[in-house]
Design a protein around this ligand. Sequence first.
Ligand SMILES: Nc1ncnc2c1ncn2[C@@H]1O[C@H](COP(=O)(O)OP(=O)(O)OP(=O)(O)O)[C@@H](O)[C@H]1O
Length: 662
Amino acid sequence: MRTRSSLGMLSSSQTSLSSTTGSSNGSSTRHSVSDLRRPPSARSYRPASPSSRQQSSSRPGSAMSTSRPSTPLHRPQEPYTGTISVSIRPNPHSIHPLQPSPWIVNLYENLIANSTDGSSFTFDNVFISDIGLTNRHVYEKSCSEIVQRFLTDGYNGTVFAYGMTGSGKTYSMKGNELDPGFVELAVNDLFNKIENETNSKTHTVAISYLEIYNEKIIDLLNPTNVAELKIRDDPVYGTKIIGITSPTIDSRDQLLKLLRRGDNNRKTSATDYNSRSSRSHAILQIRLTTIDLSNNTELNRTLSLCDLAGSEKAASSLERRKEGSYINKSLLALSTVINKLSVASHSLLNDHIPYRDSKLTRLLQPALSGSSLVLILCTIHVGPGMSNLSESQYVSETYNTLRFAARAKDIVMNVESNKSTRLGPGGDSDRFIADLQRTIESQRLEINMLKVNLSISSNISTETLVGNNNNTVNLESYAEIEAENKVLNEKLEHLTRLTNLQKTETIILKNDTLNDLMGDGSSQMMMANLEEFYKRVTYEVEEYTSYINLLESQLKQSYKEGAITAGSSNPPPPSPSSTVLERQLENSIKEKEDEIYNLKEMIKVKDHIIKSLTKTSKLRRLADATSNNNDTTSIKTDKENNNEFSYRKKSPLESDVRNLMA
Ligand SMILES: Nc1ncnc2c1ncn2[C@@H]1O[C@H](COP(=O)(O)OP(=O)(O)OP(=O)(O)O)[C@@H](O)[C@H]1O
């Protein structure tokens, strides 16, 4: 029973490690991952010897990582130069009472080793897999330093939890009532700081909370916000999400209440490995602005706390597989970025870093490219727990996570804190406002000029079409209509994509989704699946409807413009080019009308599907109620018969069932 005892035995020393936090050599010592299938007799733990470190550091790419002096975060230094801070936390529930774990933790060296092949990794913190180890303890040793430097020194901070599904990311970030997670602990630190601040300083806190689900950004504080949220470069914050809700917060309780509401909007589902698995990456951004009235300065900084979705093997459910492929794709993009940054830290070449390969890496771009202190908390499985994971499955997943962590640990950062800007007369913001006013003024002039040009050109255009002898179409007005056509074409392309998506959904529904919705056949599971499905479909229907409205208004506009262009009390014989133009407009209008008609038809189909599904779920509830009521009524699912229900024998509920079936 080496597992629990050897991991547990070191528990007491974990608490005495505070002096070693951050004092690791800042590198991960990696040894070759050799044959995992060596016979059990060969499994013995060999702590990393100086010679093995030597061997590791002589390999290309790691030489600098071991020789580079690491700067502990807690040592005041400006700017911060050092590696990303990486901590490893095993999920205590992953220990199996009977199966020895191949992973061994050495708390004195912050090292985790695989006893099968002798490979080992060193990080800033390696935590014990002990059920009694609280989030607060882990937070204080790994995260609170970044939060403090965010609060007092003006650094941006980014913390993210990374690891296999079910390994404890959400537990660490969110926690529970008894054991609050990193987010709540950071919020406490934030408000403690604000409340104890001297009178000369005022603070403004604003937050945004989003999830990236299937490569779409969703506003967790306002899920009805159906506009497609886009990431844009921003001179102050690096990147910014246009249109996201970002309320100003007055108190700790208000902030936590909003987060709870946001958490309820998050996509979670039961997977093969975790009964409540996060199916999205959730990112909380806290923006803090401090105005110091004693010297009239303003300081802005951002703390980002991210609970990433877990990497996973192919799931058995179709829906989960689809989500899983998006999750794995974005985690792969993150891993590629980390690899490249790690290589770039040790080379003089400036390789392209593919931040734009996923929304996640795009959002983390400013943090990973040096504008933020970064902590990565990697959560791992050290055993199969009570799941039916095989040893090779969880060991290889844990290896993947540790390799990712080791590469991240190799990345050298040079982070500068944000600087205060001067307020008041002659201050930075004054100059900024003056700049903005100048820009607005010159834009106002430009708009006026354009308005004048536009009215001249539309007069000329009308004259040209209604009676001038030269029969030429005004080029400017033609260009305008061309531009309008281009916009409409873009919209059309978007619609085609939506339509294709819609087609796929319908096909899926016909073939497999109904089986997926059935889940394990329990009405609870089916209701949960149905609710999720219903939410998604309703969201799509809303998107289509608002899109149709937009198209209709554009069409109206086109009609209007067409009428103005062609309208005349005394129309001239059309010139060849004006006829072409009118034909183009007519075709375009017709296409849009067809498009709208098709979309309306599709919405009808969706509505019909929703109704049928709701009916089916009611039917199933009735069926369950009937069978729970003992009686002999037997309602059974016949999946081979197109998922219809067949029933026999009368019961008091049968008439209800019949009504629903009708
Ligand atoms: N350190 C811990 N102490 C106690 N329980 C834990 C710990 N870590 C994880 N758990 C438990 O393990 C289960 C899975 O954890 P969690 O949901 O946090 O995993 P996850 O990594 O977020 O998974 P996913 O990627 O699927 O969302 C939960 O029941 C959680 O309560």
